[in-house]
Every structure is written in structure tokens, then in C-alpha cells.
Write a protein that binds this ligand. Structure first.
Ligand code: CAA
Length: 380
């Protein structure tokens, strides 16, 4: 057992950290305020190979491993969690999905450009009536010659307004529940596809979240991912990866909030000495640092198992079950350490606290992670 990062992993961490501090930190507050998408920054991340971190080079990716990928998401989220979301959705929910389930033709056509940052991917499972109960989705897919026709409305699509391509989950017949679900690649410019309402969110505000409306959208049959009725398992399999990714995002948010709190505690003087000299503050900082380390170990273990081609679905959910609430606890304490200043938008901890909340909701709520873990335990 080796707890040290490899030379390559350390280099990845250093490269992404430098990028985040130089390219993300200066505009993060303003983008958050205005809900402004970081176009330039995402373009640069694509040029650096970070839009397809663990995708092999022959498919346009950087050819790194799952731990390197977790480090990338962690470091981006340490400065701007919303960039962590955009990069995570493209890497995991779109590119990894295509890499695992796509045909060679689909990979050449869609994976190669998107893994190299020439385009942006999104993944759309949820609908107004199907969030945690993903198998209840109702957007229809109907075969028509060598095409399918899509009709319905998807919701909460991260990056949906800026994406060039989507993996959309649709059903042949809602009564079939998970057995009727199909996954299909849809290009943004397809006739009948409209971007609906852009949501006004609590956190990760520079990442856009939209509705997608399908009005008789015709998509070639060649764009089906896997077979008819295999979409639910594809969605769940992709989400196993996504849950490692959101755990990494949670660690990044927690780390960013912790570092701000530690710095503030050393500088802030009350009753004649820096507040870090008080045990009440020391206790908070000690708990925060310990929780972040515990989350990091759970996340890297899930990434390691994935890399070893072992089962990691349970471990991915365990990492997310721990890391998402942990990021919320840590960011909350970081605000508390800052006192009144922490409640102001001038300080980053307020944003970290808002950004942390989504990690307990998307890609499976904390409650859903417990269901997934318990299902695995029953079968052991
Ligand atoms: N990999 C492959 N197959 C899987 C799987 C996995 N991880 N998990 C389940 N399956 C298979 C099961 O084996 C089962 O197969 P059989 O029919 O052969 O038996 C089938 O899928 C159905 O499984 P369940 O009976 O467990 O399905 P369920 O309806 O009870 O749901 C659930 C299980 C865990 C609650 C699931 O619905 C779930 O994860 N819900 C949460 C959905 C979610 O995470 N949504 C997030 C939206 S995406 C998002 O947030 C993206 C974004 O924009 C950032």
C-alpha cells in the first residue's frame, strides 16, 4: 500500500493549481455574481488536455489515469467549483460514457473532438418528474426508419446551454421503467431541439443549468449508445464515475474553504491575539483538516479501484456519501471562523458554502448514495 502520489500526479496537481490560481481566481467572484460561463478558461483547459483527462490519446484525451483526473477536479474546484462541474460533466458524463459504450464510429465522430476540447458535452437524465427515481423519465424515443424521433422536456442539464453535444436518456415506453430506457447522442444544432429556461441557482453559478425541449427531434439510429433498452444501465454506470468526480469536487471546495479559514484565523486578532490561538478555533480547524483527508482517501480509493478495473460502484457512493456533507460542514465552519466577514460576498467562503450544497444533490443525493451502498451490501 502506497499513500504517496506519483511524480506524474504531483505534476498534474501543480499544473492545475497554477492554472486555477492564475486563470480562474481573478474572475471567479464576478462570474459567480453574473452567472457568467467561463468560455475562455474552458477553452484553455481543453488546450491543456483537461477536457479528456483519462481518455486515451488516440481518442483525443490526455491519456492520464483516474487519480490524475480526481486531482484535476479537486484543484479546479478549490478555486472555482463551477469550473469543476463543467470539466467533470464533459470528462465523465459525456466522454467516459462514449469511451465505454460508444461504437468506434461514434468515438471518432464525437469523442475525439470533445475529449480534446473542441466542443462541450452534457448529460441529460433528469426530468421534472424523475430526479432520484431516474427510471420514471418520460421523454419519448420512437423509431422511424433509419432515425429515432425524440419528444419531451429534460431538466437540470448542467452545461446544457453551452454544450455542443448531449447524451440524452429517453424511453421507448414509460411503462417499461428502466427496461425501456435508451441513451442517444444528440447534436446541439438538431432541428426541433430548443434550450429552455436557464436556472438561477444558489451555487456553481458560472456553470449553466437549463431545460432541454425536444419537439420531434430526428436523430440517426447510428447515434444510439448501446442497444435499445440498455440506457438505464449506461446511465447508472456513467454515474458511478460521476460520483467519484463529485467527491473530488467536494474535496476541492472543502480545501479552498479550509485554506481561507486557516489564513484568516492566523491574521484575525481578537482579545489581543490571533484567533488561531483559541482552542475553539483550533478544534474547528483540526476537524476540518481531518475530514478533508478522510474524504480524499475514500475518493482516491474509488479512483484506484476503477483504475485496477475492479468493482467501484459501492466505493464511489461511499466517497460521495462522505465527501458531499463533509464539504458542507467544512465550508459552514469556514464561514463561522470568518464571523461577520464570512457572510459577505467579498470573502470566498460565502461562495464555497453556497457551492458545496449542490454536491449533496446532483449525481445522486446523499440519500440515494445510501440506497446504492445498501444494495451492494445486500448482495455481498
Ligand atoms: N451499473 C450498471 N447497472 C446498474 C447499476 C450500475 N451502477 N445500478 C443499477 N444497475 C442495474 C441493476 O442491476 C438493474 O438491472 P436488472 O434489470 O438487470 O436487474 C437495473 O439497473 C435497475 O436497477 P435498480 O432496480 O437498482 O433501479 P431503481 O429504479 O431501483 O433505481 C437508484 C436505483 C439507485 C435509486 C437509481 O435510480 C439512482 O441512482 N437514482 C439517482 C439518479 C441520479 O443520480 N440522478 C442524477 C442526475 S444526473 C446529474 O445530476 C447530472 C448533472 O447534470 C451534473
Amino acid at each position: 500500500m502506497d499513500f504517496e502520489l506519483s511524480e506524474e500526479h504531483r505534476l498534474v496537481r501543480q499544473t492545475v493549481r497554477e492554472f486555477a490560481e492564475k486563470e480562474l481566481a481573478p474572475g471567479v467572484q464576478e462570474r459567480d455574481e453574473k452567472q457568467e460561463f467561463p468560455y475562455e478558461q474552458i477553452k484553455k483547459l481543453g488546450e491543456l488536455g483537461f477536457m479528456g483527462v483519462a481518455i486515451p490519446e488516440k481518442y483525443g484525451g490526455a491519456g492520464l489515469d483516474s487519480i490524475a483526473y480526481a486531482i484535476v477536479i479537486e484543484e479546479l474546484s478549490r478555486v472555482e467549483a463551477a469550473v469543476g462541474t463543467i470539466v467533470s460533466v464533459n470528462n465523465t458524463l459525456f466522454c467516459e460514457g462514449l469511451y465505454k459504450f460508444g461504437t468506434e464510429e461514434q468515438k471518432q465522430k464525437y469523442l475525439v473532438p470533445l475529449a480534446s476540447g473542441k466542443g462541450l458535452g452534457a448529460y441529460s437524465l433528469s426530468e421534472a418528474g424523475s430526479g432520484s427515481d431516474a427510471a420514471a423519465l418520460k421523454t419519448l424515443i420512437t423509431p422511424d426508419g433509419d432515425h429515432y424521433v425524440l419528444n419531451g422536456t429534460k431538466m437540470w442539464v448542467s452545461s446544457g446551454g453551452n454544450a455542443t453535444h448531449y447524451i440524452i436518456f429517453v424511453t421507448l415506453n414509460p411503462e417499461l421503467r428502466h427496461k425501456g430506457i435508451c441513451a442517444i447522442i444528440v447534436e446541439r444544432e438538431t432541428e426541433g431541439l430548443k434550450i429552455g429556461k436557464k436556472e438561477n441557482k444558489l451555487g456553481i453559478r458560472s456553470s449553466d443549468t437549463v431545460e432541454l425541449i425536444f419537439d420531434n427531434v430526428r436523430v440517426p439510429k447510428a447515434n444510439l449508445l448501446g442497444g435499445e433498452g440498455e440506457g438505464f444501465k449506461i446511465a447508472m454506470n456513467i454515474l458511478d464515475d460521476g460520483r467519484v468526480s463529485i467527491s473530488a469536487q467536494s474535496i476541492g471546495i472543502a480545501q479552498g474553504a479550509f485554506e481561507a479559514a486557516l489564513k484568516y484565523a492566523k491574521e484575525r486578532v481578537q482579545f489581543g491575539k490571533p484567533i488561531i490561538e483559541y482552542q475553539a478555533i483550533q478544534n474547528k480547524l483540526a476537524d476540518m483538516a481531518t475530514e478533508i483527508d478522510a474524504g480524499r482517501l475514500l475518493t482516491y480509493r474509488a479512483a484506484y479501484l476503477r483504475e485496477q478495473k475492479k468493482s467501484y460502484s459501492k466505493e464511489a457512493s461511499m466517497a460521495k456519501l462522505f465527501c458531499a456533507p463533509m464539504a458542507n460542514r467544512v465550508a459552514n465552519q469556514a464561514v463561522q471562523i470568518h464571523g461577520g466577514y464570512g457572510y459577505l460576498k467579498d470573502f470566498s467562503v460565502e461562495r464555497f458554502m453556497r457551492d458545496a450544497k449542490i454536491t449533496e444533490i446532483y449525481e445522486g443525493t446523499t440519500e440515494i448514495q445510501r440506497i446504492v451502498i445498501a444494495k451492494h451490501l445486500k448482495n455481498e
